[in-house]
Design a protein around this ligand. Structure first.
Ligand code: AMP
Ligand code: MG
Length: 402
C-alpha cells in the first residue's frame, strides 16, 4: 500500500500535456494556449479619433473659450472606415467620428459637445492640448510584441486580442478523451425497471459529469459484465482513448477481473491500493501514452479518487498549470473517528465564522452513500496517524466548489 502523496507523485510523473491542435477563435475560450502569440500588426492599426468631434491644430484653439469661441472652416466629414481626403491647415478642421482615421496636419480632437456647427464652419469653445482625444497606432499592441504566452487559459478579453491581431485560429492543448467503463453484473441502465439485485450504473453519470467539470471529454462505454473475457475486451476497446476510467472489479472479490485483465492486455500497473479511505483499492497503469485508472466501484470512492488523482491528471493533459483544487484550513465542528494508518477524506460542509471556516460532517461516511458527498462542498483531510479527529481540531480541507 502506498501513501496518498506517493500515488499522486507516481501519476503526475507520467502525465504530460497533450499536443496542440488548431481551433477557431470561437472554440478557443477556456482552452490552454500551446504557443506564444506574437502580434504581426499594430493595434490600433492606424491613428484614429477617440471621440466624435473635430480634428484640428491645437495651436488654433489657444484662445478659444466658451464666451469667445474661435471659428474654423470645416473641410470634410471623416466617417469611421473612410480615408480622409484633406490635410488640415491653419484655420481649418475636419469633422471626425470615433474610430475614423486621423487626418494629416491635425494634432488634436475637440469633442463635439465643445463645439457648435455654423454652416460650413465650426465654433470651437475650448482649448485643446496637443494630442488630445487621439489614439495612436500601436498604442495598445505593437507589431512584434508577445501578447499571450503558452500556458495561458484563454479568457474573453484574450480572444478579442487574438482577433484584433488577425489570428483566426490558435494552437491550444488537445482536450483528453476519457473512456468511462463500468464493470458489474449488478448494473442496470438508468431508464429501465430494476430487477432483483440490480442497481443503476450511477458511476457512469457521476464520472461523465466530473470529467466535463475537469475540462475533458467523456466517452461513456457499455457496461462490462464480470467475466474475464468481457473485462478484457472492454478494456482493450476503451484504451483507444487518451484515458480510461473503469469502476468496480478492482478489489479482491471472486468476480473482480480488472487487475488480471490489465496484465493480459499489457497495461503496466504502477500501483494498486492507497492507504486512504474511501478509495483504497485504486489502481493506476499506463500503456504507451494511454492512462488507465481502475477506480473502485463504490460511488463515493470512485468520485473521491477522481477528485484526488484523475482531475489533476486530466487538467495537466489539457495544458492547465493550475491542476489542483484549492485547500483551506478549517476547524472541526464535531469529532470524527478515523481509521488509523489511512488518510481519510471526510465529506463536510464549510461555514464561515469570524475566526475562519468550520467543517461540519454531512452525514454517513459510508463509501456507498453519495448523498453525503452531494450535500458537502469539501473533503477534510484526516490525520493518518490518529484514530480520532477531535472537535475544535484544525485540519486542511479540499474545496470542491470551483
Ligand atoms: P466492486 O468494486 O465491483 O466490488 O463494487 C463495489 C460496490 O460498488 C458494489 O456495491 C457495487 O454494486 C457498487 N458499484 C460498482 N459499480 C458501480 C456503478 N457503476 N454504479 C454504482 N455503483 C456501483
Ligand atoms: Mg463489481
Amino acid at each position: 500500500m502506498i501513501s496518498v502523496n506517493q500515488a499522486l507523485d507516481e501519476i503526475l510523473e507520467v502525465v504530460k500535456p497533450l499536443a496542440g491542435e488548431r481551433v477557431s477563435l470561437f472554440e478557443a475560450s477556456g482552452r490552454v494556449l500551446a504557443e506564444d502569440i506574437l502580434s504581426r500588426r499594430d493595434v490600433p492599426p492606424f491613428t484614429n479619433s477617440a471621440m466624435d468631434g473635430y480634428a484640428l491644430r491645437h495651436e488654433d484653439t489657444i484662445d478659444a473659450t466658451e464666451d469667445s469661441p474661435i471659428t474654423l472652416q470645416v473641410l470634410e466629414v471623416i466617417q469611421a472606415g473612410r480615408v480622409p481626403a484633406k490635410e488640415i491647415r491653419a484655420g481649418t478642421a475636419s469633422k471626425i467620428m470615433t474610430g475614423a482615421i486621423f487626418p494629416n496636419g491635425a494634432n488634436a480632437v475637440v469633442k463635439v459637445e465643445d463645439t457648435s456647427e455654423r454652416n460650413r464652419s465650426v465654433l470651437i469653445k475650448t482649448h485643446a492640448s496637443k494630442g488630445s482625444n487621439i489614439r495612436n497606432s500601436g498604442e495598445d499592441i505593437r507589431s512584434g510584441q508577445t501578447i499571450l504566452k503558452r500556458g495561458r487559459v484563454l479568457l474573453p478579453a484574450d480572444i478579442g486580442l487574438l482577433a484584433s491581431v488577425g489570428r483566426a485560429f490558435v494552437l491550444v492543448h488537445q482536450i483528453p478523451k476519457v473512456a468511462i467503463l463500468s464493470t458489474g453484473d449488478e448494473l442496470s441502465e438508468v431508464d429501465v425497471p430494476l430487477s432483483p439485485g440490480q442497481i443503476v450504473n450511477s458511476n457512469a453519470y457521476t464520472l461523465a459529469a466530473a470529467v466535463r467539470e475537469a475540462g475533458a471529454q467523456p466517452v461513456p462505454l457499455a457496461i462490462a459484465q464480470d467475466t474475464m473475457d468481457a473485462t478484457h475486451s472492454a478494456l482493450e476497446e476503451a484504451l483507444r482513448h487518451n484515458v480510461v476510467l473503469s469502476t468496480g472489479g478492482v478489489s479482491v472479490g471472486d468476480f473482480d477481473f480488472v487487475k488480471s485483465a490489465m496484465d493480459q492486455i499489457g497495461i503496466k500497473r504502477l500501483f494498486w491500493k492507497i492507504a486512504q479511505k474511501p478509495g483504497n483499492p485504486l489502481t493506476f497503469g499506463v500503456r504507451g501514452d494511454h492512462l488507465y485508472f481502475g477506480l473502485p466501484g463504490n460511488p463515493v470512492s470512485a468520485l473521491v479518487c477522481f477528485y484526488l488523482y484523475v482531475a489533476p491528471a486530466l487538467r495537466r493533459m489539457a495544458g492547465f498549470r493550475k491542476i489542483f483544487f484549492p485547500t483551506v484550513e478549517v476547524t472541526m465542528a464535531e469529532k470524527i473517528k478515523e481509521a488509523k494508518g489511512l488518510t481519510e477524506f471526510i465529506r463536510c460542509k464549510l461555514t464561515r465564522r469570524v475566526n475562519g471556516r468550520e467543517a461540519q460532517l454531512t452525514g454517513t461516511q459510508s463509501s456507498g452513500a453519495l448523498s453525503s458527498l452531494s450535500l458537502g462542498d469539501s473533503l477534510v483531510i484526516g490525520d493518518a496517524d490518529k484514530d480520532v479527529l477531535a472537535e475544535g481540531t484544525k485540519a486542511m480541507a479540499i474545496i470542491l466548489d470551483r
